[in-house]
Design a protein around this ligand. Structure first.
Ligand SMILES: [Zn+2]
Length: 302
């Protein structure tokens, strides 16, 4: 089915969606770097007093300062407020899924594995009430992405290079995007959501012209690559939600670290497999650092 669509379009979608795995350097991380590289002011100085008061900063026994890269996500509560209703989000997801099925070659190979691991992660997530569906895309590129309504896609290329805990890290990260409604928010910002809300919300069933219009819009959504374009903040949030979900679901959280390490190695040897966007996000180091921070923090509190 891929051959029906220009390779360039497909490539754009794939590379854009790639943000999920290989994205973002956050301002907090930049801050962390800055803090660790800058000598601390002497005890008693006003700056030090400010650091001590900040809840996001922990002084470790070793004497260095860890900045919590996830401080702004810890108390986050997620809902569909201000967005599409959950029911309509599900409908939208199904429409978008039809379009994804036209643009990508879906396969049943490995699907039971993706589903088994993905469902386990989804059940442990902060949005376990909806139905998730895990799909496998036949493609050697290493990629995964999520659409609204709990449809999550992973390529055979990624499946083949990941052990179960590593695959869990990717799927839990994608579930994190669904939990935080990132795609819906992106669509809203791009003003694509308005038309879809009207269409989805105005009918109880989808039929006739509405269905056709819906399909056209859903195709635009998929074609634009918007669904997979997450900013760095959203990637960081999905990492955070993902590693915590992994822990709750009983996966080895270290799998997220080793997944990033594998991506890092591939980026040195076989960069093509990772898509061009990887060149813009040389920040896997920071994501590893952040993940380790969270693992340590979760262990400390058990
Ligand atoms: Zn992501």
């Amino acid at each position: 089915m891929n051959s029906l669509f220009p390779k360039r379009t497909r490539f754009a979608i794939i590379t854009l969606t790639f943000a999920l795995l290989l994205a973002p350097l956050s301002s907090a991380v930049a801050q962390q770097k800055k803090n660790t590289e800058t000598p601390l002011p002497s005890v008693g100085s006003p700056i030090n007093a400010i650091i001590d008061l900040s809840s996001s900063v922990l002084n470790s026994a070793a004497g260095y300062v860890d900045v919590d890269p996830y401080s702004q996500f810890r108390d986050a509560r997620y809902s569909n407020e201000g967005l599409l209703s959950e029911r309509d989000e599900m409908k939208l997801g199904n429409e978008v899924h039809k379009e994804v099925g036209k643009k990508f070659k879906l396969t049943t190979v490995g699907q039971p594995r993706a589903n088994r691991i993905g469902q386990r992660a989804a059940r442990a997530s902060q949005r376990a009430n909806i139905t998730y569906q895990f799909h496998v895309v036949q493609d050697k590129e290493i990629n995964a992405f999520a659409t609204p309504g709990g449809h999550i896609y992973v390529t055979t290329g990624l499946m083949n290079m990941a052990n179960d805990d590593e695959l869990a890290s990717v799927l839990a990260h994608e579930v994190g995007h669904v939990v935080a409604r990132h795609s819906l928010k992106t669509m809203q910002q791009s003003q694509m959501l308005g038309g879809l809300v009207d269409l989805v919300g105005s009918v109880t069933g989808i039929a006739g012209n509405t269905a056709k219009e819906m399909g056209t819009l859903a195709a635009q959504v998929v074609g634009s690559g918007l669904l997979a374009t997450h900013n760095r903040e959203e990637e960081r949030e999905a990492d955070f939600l993902g590693v915590r979900t992994m822990s709750k679901a009983g996966f080895k959280t270290e799998g997220m670290v080793t997944m990033f390490q594998k991506i890092q190695r591939i980026s040195n040897t076989n960069r093509d497999l990772l898509g061009a966007i990887f060149a813009d996000h040389p920040d896997v180091d920071e994501r590893i650092e952040n993940t380790r921070y969270e693992i340590k923090r979760m262990r400390g509190r058990r």
